[in-house]
Design a protein around this ligand. Structure first.
Ligand code: AHM
Ligand code: MG
Length: 337
């Protein structure tokens, strides 16, 4: 009997699927594929600050390839691993206008489609703020054996079978959720593997941190302003005082919210009257993860996971995090309606 103190991502997912009768292991393979892309993206993200001394976008790298912008690089890595794997019939990416249907013998038999934001918060790269990759996995509704179709992608978030993110931060972590729970894995650079470090993550029911871009205060509607005023003025007696944090990198802000509790908001603004964040690549995956972890995610009137998408790139407002804070937020934000 080997004493295994450390469980790698692969060992963990295989352990999970062995518990499910007739499971094919496709989801496990898909997560392995995504983790490979994440490791490659991580290497490039770590080198981002060296671009000026190692070369710029017009220079070729050691493999003879052109050095590409990091978000294009990340997008290509995600597409590459999913196309060459056995589990994915097609993808949609925040970086691309249209869905990509893989349409080959293996992919046409694959059960899943994946929607992702390859490098969220990339405007933060210059200043070393954490950035991330976000993904949501859906079971196809189109016929197996044929190419997947746009209907596979236009499913509400509640239909996700798994969702996750990678945060390239002080450590690199991969966190993913299935209906069985949310688990976090930290990249051990010495063996190049993601290792289980945060089993069974639960988002605390309350939190001390709220996260919103206060610079847009004048652009928020009255009900949102009122709720922000309430948060700012909480005293010890009513659960305060609270801390405000907003990095401009959703993955970093929501990773903190998931672990420590709190609320993250990106409401409607006059500049972004439909909201800024994308339903399919940003909001649905995080809504799924936070809900599985016992939190809540709303668009102001409705659960994010129930929103029926009409367009793969549609945007939504979002209020997400600890259950009690999101409920409290709703009591103000819904007042207007
Ligand atoms: P991106 O997909 O172009 O990187 O934009 C998404 C990011 C989120 O990570 C973050 O929460 C938000 O944009 C910040 O936007 P703003 O600078 O408008 O507050
Ligand atoms: Mg994004």
């Amino acid at each position: 009997m080997i004493n295994r103190n450390i469980l790698t991502l692969d060992e963990f997912t295989i352990r999970q699927y062995r518990k499910i009768p007739n499971a094919s292991g496709e989801l496990s393979a898909l997560l392995r594929d995504i983790s490979l892309a994440a490791k490659r993206i991580n290497v490039e993200v770590n080198k981002a600050g060296l671009v000026d001394i190692l070369g710029d976008a017009n220079v070729t790298n050691v493999q003879g390839e052109q050095v590409k912008k990091l978000d294009v690089f990340s997008n290509n890595q995600m597409i590459g691993v999913l196309k060459h794997g056995i589990s994915c019939a097609g993808i949609a990416s925040e970086e691309l206008d249209d869905i990509v249907i893989f349409d080959d013998d293996v992919s046409n038999k694959s059960k899943y489609v994946v929607m992702f934001d390859p490098l969220d918060g990339s405007s933060n790269i210059d200043t070393n703020v954490s950035i991330g990759t976000i993904f949501g996995v859906y079971r196809r509704v189109s016929e197996l054996g044929k190419p997947c179709s746009v209907d596979d992608f236009l499913q509400p978030g509640i239909k996700q079978v798994a969702a996750g993110y990678i945060v390239y931060g002080s450590s690199t972590m991969l966190v993913y959720a299935t209906r069985r729970g949310v688990n976090g894995f930290t990249l051990d650079p010495s063996i190049g593997e993601f290792c289980l470090s945060h089993p069974d993550i639960i988002c605390p029911e309350d939190g001390k941190i709220y996260s919103v871009n206060g610079g847009y205060y004048s652009q928020y509607d009255t009900s949102v302003k009122k709720y922000i005023d309430i948060l700012q003025n909480k005293t010890k007696e009513n659960g305060g005082p609270l801390t405000q944090r907003f990095t401009g990198s959703m993955v970093a802000d929501l990773h903190r919210t998931l672990i420590k509790g709190g609320i993250f908001m990106y409401p409607l603004t006059t500049d972004n009257p439909n909201g800024k964040l994308r339903l399919m690549y940003e909001c649905n995956p995080f809504a799924f993860i936070i809900e599985i972890a016992n939190g809540m995610a709303l668009n102001g009137t409705q659960r994010i996971l129930d929103v029926q998408p009409s367009n793969i790139h549609q945007r939504v407002p979002i209020f997400i995090g600890s259950k009690n804070l999101v409920k409290e937020c709703l009591s103000y934000v819904a007042e207007k309606k």
